[in-house]
Design a protein around this ligand. Structure first.
Ligand code: HPA
Length: 274
């Protein structure tokens, strides 16, 4: 175990000194192509990750590395503009660390977003997938090591990590906006290389609709701590081998940017209903 309960409290206290008595209700982690949403926060208060004790910096392209506290779509929110990934050299627990800090600051609701590769052959690049469940077969859980009972139980239930009520809200809002919303299973791969075609075929056999390198560490910490989660993947590309085409980081980022309008409209519509 890397962190003690006291470490989370210390991080929380440093942030509390900056934000005063502001109570975030909803936390949002902005993945590739969605970082700009944080610029829409009213009366923003910024807290760079490197200002907070025990925090690691974010090094991934397109990830800014700061919290943004303020009002968004009528709600008190905290955005993570940029997240950490295991491929940057961090443990699952380090990647998921900010979740517990945001929980201590008062956030009970969490929106997770990412860009992912599409495994489902029936779907298209640019589609948005509502995450119904996930598969983490590789990499340890961020909960490995002694349990911290202040957050949750040793063997926590994961039958409904992604809240069914939130999923209904997302489906309704997507329909109102005329956005095609897919629903499926996200499978974690540690990266940083994209998957091989054989790994993508294996993921499909196991029941995955999308593959990606994030989100699950945070979802596991949040579900352990009893937070309600809504998760979206922007399917920026068909996963390796689905089409006869190589993957490039630039294309993945560009595709994420190209679909960001739809994606952000859906997130804006869901927040007030959660
Ligand atoms: N694989 C893993 N992560 C990703 C992909 C992918 O194809 N696209 C965007 N993030």
């Amino acid at each position: 175990m890397l962190y003690k309960y006291q470490d989370y409290q210390e991080s929380c206290e440093v942030i509390r000194d900056i934000i005063g008595d502001f109570q975030p209700e909803t936390a949002l982690i902005l993945g590739s192509g969605l970082g700009f949403l944080a610029d829409e926060v009213e009366a923003p208060v910024y807290v760079p990750y490197n200002y907070v004790p025990h925090f690691k910096g974010s090094t991934a392209p397109g990830h800014k590395g700061r919290f943004v506290f303020g009002k968004f779509c009528g709600k008190n929110v905290v955005f993570m503009q940029g997240r950490l990934h295991c491929y940057e050299g961090y443990e699952m627990e380090e990647v998921a660390f900010p979740i517990r800090v945001m929980k201590l600051l008062g956030a009970e609701k969490l929106v997770l977003t990412n860009a992912a590769g599409c495994v489902n052959r029936e779907w298209n690049p640019g589609d948005i997938m509502l995450i119904s469940d996930h598969i983490r077969l590789f990499g340890f859980s961020p909960l490995t090591g002694p349990n911290i009972p202040e957050f949750g139980t040793r063997f926590n239930d994961q039958s409904e990590v992604y809240d069914a009520g939130y999923r209904r809200i997302a489906a309704e809002e997507a329909e109102k906006l005329g956005i095609t919303l897919r629903e499926g299973v996200y499978m974690f791969f540690p990266g940083p290389s994209y998957e091989t075609p054989a790994e993508v075929r294996a993921a499909r056999v196991l029941g995955a609709d999308a593959v990606g390198m994030s989100t699950i560490p945070e979802a596991i910490f949040a579900s352990h701590a009893g937070m309600k989660i809504l998760g979206f993947s922007l399917l920026s590309n068909m996963a390796a081998g689905v089409q006869n085409k190589k993957l490039s980081e630039e294309e993945v980022l560009e595709a994420a940017q190209a679909s960001s309008e739809h994606f952000s409209a859906l997130v804006r519509a869901c927040i007030p209903k959660m």
